[in-house]
Ligand binder design. Sequence first.
Ligand SMILES: [Zn+2]
Length: 385
Amino acid sequence: MQPTVKLYEQDSFLRRFTACVLACEPEGDGWRAALDRTAFYPEGGGQPADTGTLGEVRVTHTWMKEGVIWHRLSAPLPVGEQVNGEIDWEPRLDHMEQHTGEHILSGTLHRLFGAENVGFHIGDPAVRMDTDIPLTPAQLAQAEARANAAVRADAPVRCWYPDPAELATLTYRSKKEIDGAVRLTDAGGADLCACCGTHLRTTGQVGLIKILSAQHYKGGMRLAVACGQRAQRAVADAWRDAEEAGVLLSAGPGRLREAVGHHVHNTETLHRRLAAVQQALGEAWGAGARPGQRTVFLCPDADSDTLRRLCLTVTARTGTLCAVLSPGGRGLSYVLHCPGGDARTAAQALNAAFDGRGGGRGELCQGSLGTTDFDAVQRFLLEQH
Ligand SMILES: [Zn+2]
């Protein structure tokens, strides 16, 4: 079959076209059709396939094999007839914003730091870009600023097939070995790269390029990037998040780090004070008991770490079984400590008497009881002895 004429290479802003159906065959639970020409971009080079309609039929996927572009269809089309095609414009424009932005950023990273782009995928919600070398946050910030300066310069984006003589004089990035004629994309002077994708007309149409995150990956960096409308949304979302956090912290965006720093410091101070108060409480409980005396205490609003700490402080003085309970879980949470002995027998008896769950090993057991009656639990544990 003859190679499909790529209308998207001549005009990437072509949304509607007419073409002749050259072939239509069943495939899987649908159909596939080839046309003499198409504006549908086939999946490749990191850019997703276009979707849209041919006549009344939905095109759900597009791909190229041996120069022929195939359109996956939900119903068959009559071979030999003309058909009107229309691509879904919103996703295509988004792909062109991401793709053109990626050229500008990749070209900038290459020029500034010699970084090669070794992976590119327009995903959702972010574009993934992999570099072959590690980059510092300062380098990434510099590249982002330079790339956005190239956007604001609003220079033309040009795609063409240079003849071999011209090609030999040019230095360009190439993502992989290309068979056949090389198509070059000049992204307004910010990048020169062999590429088969669709691009915007000028760098200014990208609007904004934002690196959302960067992590070390296979000896280089894996970047999550948003361009165009995606970048605007990402910035708006992050700003709203910062404003809402700012309301909680009584500080606006720009002063959040300082406010969170204070908050962390205050929390650490509170933890230290709480631990000191708990220590004093445990020592006071222990001081009121005789060595060898079983003890049972109630502590309001305590987590299991606190219960354990209180219990160990008391048994350090009494040397025998201590239980500390707190309202929580299914009724009461408990910790039992029996220094040098076995707390499991007491824990099992407690669970059996008060619909409890939990256990432990040797000296220390913890669990929860299906009751809120502390007095009854206290009587039970003291009478058990
Ligand atoms: Zn491209």
